[in-house]
Design a binder for this molecule. Structure first.
Ligand code: PGA
Length: 255
């Protein structure tokens, strides 16, 4: 298999340091030394350090949910890529639709963050996806292409395999309205084709494209069986050890 599956837990604004350690220990006990899939957990900033300690010596990696594009300075409430690196963070979610919708993040800012993450040796998880109205008006692929092209605007051929793309239809996030496997695969194929146009076949085949939006143990097998779905970005179902571990195991079985 050219692309190892990747399962990312996005805890959003949930779990204090001590709650985070408890959840992390449960995950470690079940899949802490797993090598058949890659696993990343993304606690809120305040739990990064304690969860990072709990992950020492494990194969599970630590991710952040956001960062600023500048290295330092007068940006109240923000953190930089280097600050994350100092906490042994390896991945960072960027351009999540909640950042775009509630905090006004525009494509241009997201693309600066992607560049800054790569410059600091962090692996960005670039999120993109259409709203319900965009899907209903037939502009899904145009929106996805705009967000993808903009996010990757300054990403070179040498860097592209460090980027992870996450397709997250906004109407499916936290709503229990999951995209069908066919809907997700269609968009993932479109993203792969666009990556091929931008970077060539060999590199495009190596980039992992995750699906996110109400993935649960019950719908994970069908989604993770699709040829271009290389893993998942999981919100709600990552807050409970059993459901997260179930999805990790499904990814292992899917190969
Ligand atoms: P959800 O969130 O699994 O709760 O839908 C996914 C995400 O926003 O990353």
């Amino acid at each position: 298999m050219i692309r190892k599956k990747l399962i990312v837990g996005n805890w959003k604004m949930n779990k204090s340091g001590s709650d985070g350690i408890t959840l992390t220990r449960e995950i470690i006990e079940a899949v802490g030394r797993e090598v058949a899939v890659d696993i990343v957990i993304c606690p809120p900033f305040t739990a990064l350090e304690s969860v990072g300690h709990a992950l020492e010596g494990q194969t599970i990696k630590l991710g952040a949910q956001n960062m600023h594009s500048d290295k330092r300075g007068a940006f109240t409430g923000e953190v930089s890529a280097e600050m994350l690196r100092a906490l042994f963070v390896t991945h960072v979610i960027l351009g999540h639709s909640e950042r775009r919708t509630y905090f006004g993040e525009m494509d241009n800012f997201v693309s600066k963050k992607i560049r800054a993450a790569l410059a600091a040796q962090l692996r960005p998880i670039l999120c993109l996806g259409e709203t319900l109205i965009e899907r209903e008006t037939g502009s899904t692929l145009a929106v996805v292409q705009r967000q993808l092209d903009s996010g990757l605007r300054e990403v070179s051929k040498d860097q592209i395999t460090s980027v992870i793309v996450a397709y997250e239809p906004v109407w499916a996030i936290g709503t229990n309205k999951v995209a069908t496997a066919a809907q997700a695969q269609e968009t993932h194929t479109f993203i792969r084709v666009r990556l091929t146009e931008l970077y060539g076949t060999a590199l495009a085949q190596k980039v992992r494209i995750l699906y996110g939006g109400s993935m649960k143990p019950a719908n994970a097998p069908e989604l993770l069986a699709q040829p271009d779905i290389d893993g998942s970005l999981i919100g709600g179902a990552s807050l409970e050890a059993r459901s997260f571990i179930d999805i990790v195991k499904t990814a292992i079985a899917a190969g």
